[in-house]
Design a protein. Sequence first.
Length: 137
Amino acid sequence: MAAVLQRLPWLLFGLYAGVVADRLNRRAIAMVTGLVRAAILLLLTASILTHHVNIAVVLAALFLFGVNETFGDTTTTTLLPMLVGPADLGIANSRALTGRDRVESAGRAADWVPRCSRPGWRFRSSARAYACSRACC
């Protein structure tokens, strides 16, 4: 059920996200969606640390994260062709994807760090990463 709730927004809002990405300021959308991702993760972290987390909270967070991901990822994929000429688009795309994969791999590696602090440690780290990435835009 969790996987369905995270991917359902692509089906429900995918076309609308494309229209929004075409008509509004893409940089602003990318910044807002990154900050919203951070906020969702911080709220989930707060619910874990205060022991108010339950399955409904996690599923709601997954759905909201999926909605945000739909708009954010749709918008960010349209930014690269605006920055790079057609001849360099293949190289730029491969570099962008490689960079994203390296960041995601580093995040997975951090999951193996002993969780000696608190249960919400991973979510705080991800929230900080999203917030910092958008603050640099």
